[in-house]
Design a protein around this ligand. Structure first.
Ligand code: BGC
Length: 754
């Protein structure tokens, strides 16, 4: 054991030295020259928490950066160590370093669900490029993003990092993000492969999902992103899938991902994910992150006793070497450490504006000469992102109060005085304000009952009220129906009082939802004149919302998920962990036995049956005719659009090309989103009433202006998975192409016979 550890130590070279001496190398040549120990070390990451006994100096640099992980260097052969860092809403590194008199903040971009809401791949690509540039300039090699998992249930704690309940929307958004990041010469890690839909018992939950749903819903998103954008790496998920751990799922990693989809990069575990590391490598999970001596020893032992073949070892080592060889480190790039933060802030602002969704409209936009009565703590303490590895050390967060003031609005003095006093006390009472805690942020901060007298007075003197409701979530914990999905009784009371007082004075009430996922809106929406969803919009959130409130920006975001009338309407609600509200810290939900044995004792914790099958989100609501509060794809505008001349033709390469003319028929400039759904011919399998196959957003159209929109749908997107034949089929028959404003609002139809 000692010998093995000391060999391990020798492998590591100071990354600082390597960044100067970085030499390009030929992976195949290096592979031939490596010792077994060096090979195994390349498959095991450098530990981030010191559990790696090698005491290496490479670790020090990574820790100073606050990155999530690194690979081992092989100095004698010129192989540098590369750095891996989160995450989906911006690069996650420490903002300060010991002994240095400067900061390393990274731009806080809107979270995943917000990017998907833009329905605009160009904007997502731009965000990716800006983020990728920070990755490059801060000396990181691979960004551990994007997260493309399907939002199966509204309560999953990581939904904010993910894109959508629909695999095409999620896959296309991820592809644009990857293209943007990788345009900077750095890598991405598409995660979490696959079926990662809940946080409760995340290291040991077994997702039991039908073959059809697996292919059509939970893998298609990954397939689209892999085929379109070629991520440098893939990160396997923490969970089991139908009894096999994702890290050991050879069928998924070798046959499907590489064999069928043509993936050419390296696969790594999620951090601490998996149980049998030698089996993981044999299955095509090339790298174990973060490292630990026990993983190194386990793989080396397996090699020596023959349980891991030399062929499998070499195959994975070569993939890691190829990854390292394409990195900025190996190319000798010397990071400047000074990315253009000002221009990236503009990109963050543009994306935030573009993803804001107008759910209800009566009063907006408001004249910016007006006086606003701004209610609820959330208005003064905007939430920019979620918690956990997807959070970013951003330089600032523009809250709604600051954004509105910047846009020219004045604040009601009485309400302002109440909240500034309240916030002062709140900040001294707790340290949660403007900080992200890894596990939990008290919900009380989302409101605060403003005294009735103050509300009444402000209704006389202000021109409108804005009430912000906030919800945050994060890694390691799912949301709770009663606390996170529902509005709290005190929040409802605040809205009720504000609504009564302002309406009595003929004034309007706008609700801003600064949220990480769907909330219940049906019971209170009548009290609001307007409702805006701004998700977790990144550091420029307050500016973006104020721009929409003032009308400087016409909202054009669309919901990438459905908002059900009530939680129990969700098709997966009876097969998702129910967390006991008064025990939010109940760690018994985390049944991580670390022995890799699947338990079958507790439903939805040890195992979760995906009984809704392919009928996730809108596929269920539109097929079974269940009313929702707001459908998938929904979003209003300050202007109106007419759609004409819908046609669908098959192109020479077999793709379907849909065309439609969109004209701005209203009074102000705006962007529209055309969503293309397809209804397949009936079959022996139950088919959804329609499924999204593509979408396009118009450029900014002036009143009277038109745009010819084109949506290309590859033929394989039309196919469905036949579990009898274990393959995709596109049966002959009539396919109805539907141009729709959202999953419910159909505008034009066109039939194509195949
Ligand atoms: C998360 C990953 C993340 C990794 C490294 C894990 O806990 O699940 O998404 O990339 O940590 O920080």
């Amino acid at each position: 054991m000692m010998l093995r550890k000391s060999i391990f130590t020798l492998l590591v070279l100071s990354s600082t030295a390597m960044s100067h001496a970085a030499a390009s190398f030929d992976p195949a040549t290096v592979l031939r020259q490596l010792t077994d120990e060096e090979k195994v070390a390349l498959l095991v990451g450098v530990s981030s928490n010191g559990c790696n006994a090698s005491g290496d100096v490479g670790r020090l640099e990574k820790n100073a950066m606050g990155a999530a992980g690194a690979t081992h260097a092989v100095p004698r052969l010129g192989v540098p160590s590369i750095i891996l860092a989160d995450g989906p809403a911006g690069l996650r590194i420490n903002p300060t370093r010991k002994g240095e008199n400067r900061t390393y903040y990274c731009t806080g971009f809107p979270v995943g669900i917000h990017l998907a809401s833009t329905f605009n791949p160009q904007v997502v690509r731009k965000v990716g490029a800006a983020m990728g540039n920070e990755v490059l300039e801060y000396g990181v090699d691979v960004l551990l993003a994007p997260g493309v998992n399907i939002q199966r249930n509204p309560l999953c704690g990581r939904n904010f990092e993910y894109y959508s309940e629909d695999p095409v929307a999620a896959g296309l958004t991820a592809a644009a993000f990857i293209e943007g990041v990788q345009s900077q010469g750095v890598g991405t890690s598409l995660k979490h492969f696959a079926v990662n839909s809940q946080e409760v018992n995340r290291l040991a939950n077994d997702a039991i999902v039908s073959e059809r749903a697996l292919h059509e819903i939970y893998l298609r998103n990954f397939e689209i992103a892999v085929r379109k954008a070629g991520p440098w790496t893939i990160m396997t998920s923490y969970n089991y899938i139908n009894g096999t751990h994702a890290t050991e799922c050879k069928w998924m990693l070798e046959d499907l991902l590489r064999g069928q989809w043509g993936f050419e990069g390296a696969v790594m575990t999620d951090w601490g994910g998996g149980y049998r590391m030698a089996s993981a490598v044999a299955a095509g999970n090339d790298m174990i992150q973060p490292g630990a001596d026990k993983y190194y020893n386990e793989i080396l032992d397996a090699l020596h006793d023959g349980t891991l073949s030399r062929q499998d070892l070499d195959r994975s080592v070569l993939r890691v070497l190829e990854l390292v060889a394409r990195s900025p480190k190996a190319r000798g790039y010397v990071p400047g450490n000074n990315p253009d933060m000002a221009s990236h802030a503009q990109v963050a602002l543009e994306a935030a504006q573009e993803g804001i969704v107008l759910l209800k409209r009566n009063a907006l936009p408001l004249a910016s000469s007006g006086k606003i009565a701004l209610f609820a703590v959330g208005s003064y303490d905007f939430i920019a992102g979620g918690t956990g590895s997807g959070d970013v050390h951003r330089p600032y967060v523009v809250n709604l109060q600051d954004g509105l003031k910047k846009a020219g609005f004045s604040m009601d003095e009485g309400v302002d005085a109440f909240y500034s006093e309240y916030m002062k006390e709140e900040r001294s009472r707790t340290d949660v304000i403007n900080k992200s805690l890894p596990w939990y942020v008290p919900h009380e901060r989302a409101l605060e009952a403003c005294p009735a007298g103050v509300i009444k007075a402000s209704a006389q003197t202000s021109s409108a009220a804005i009430v912000t409701f906030s919800r945050i979530s994060g890694e390691g914990k799912d949301r709770i129906e009663g606390m996170d999905f529902e509005l709290d009784g005190r929040e409802i009371q605040l809205l009720k009082t504000v609504s009564e007082e302002f309406h009595a004075c003929g004034k309007k009430v706008v609700v801003v939802l600064n949220i990480c996922g769907a909330v219940q809106t049906a019971s209170w929406r009548d009290m609001a004149d307007d409702i805006l969803v701004c998700w977790l919009p990144g550091q420029e959130g307050g500016t973006a919302v104020a721009d929409v409130v003032s009308g400087r920006v016409n909202p054009s975001g669309r919901l990438p998920i459905s908002f059900p009338m009530k939680y129990t309407d969700d098709p997966s609600s009876s097969d998702f962990p129910q967390i006991i509200p008064d025990k939010p810290f109940n760690y018994s939900h985390y049944r991580n036995f670390r022995d890799g044995r699947i338990r079958r004792d507790i439903k939805d914790i040890d195992y979760t049956e995906y009984k809704e099958d392919i009928f996730v989100g809108y596929r269920y609501y539109v097929t079974r005719d269940v009313e929702v509060a707001y459908p998938f794809g929904y979003g209003q505008s300050y202007t109106t659009f007419a759609w004409d001349g819908f046609s669908v033709k098959k192109s020479d390469d077999g793709a379907f090309v849909a065309k439609i003319k969109v004209t701005n028929t209203g009074e102000c400039s705006g962007k529209d989103v055309v969503q293309l759904y397809v209804k397949a011919p009936s079959s022996s399998l139950e088919m959804p009433a329609r499924e999204l196959k593509g979408y396009a957003k118009t450029p900014l159209l002036a009143p009277g202006e038109s745009a010819e929109m084109e949506i290309d749908v590859p033929e394989e997107y039309i196919a469905y998975y036949d579990p009898q034949r274990h393959g995709w089929i596109t049966p002959k028959g009539k396919y109805t192409f539907i141009a729709a404003r959202d999953a419910v609002t159909i505008v034009r139809k066109c039939t194509v016979c195949m």
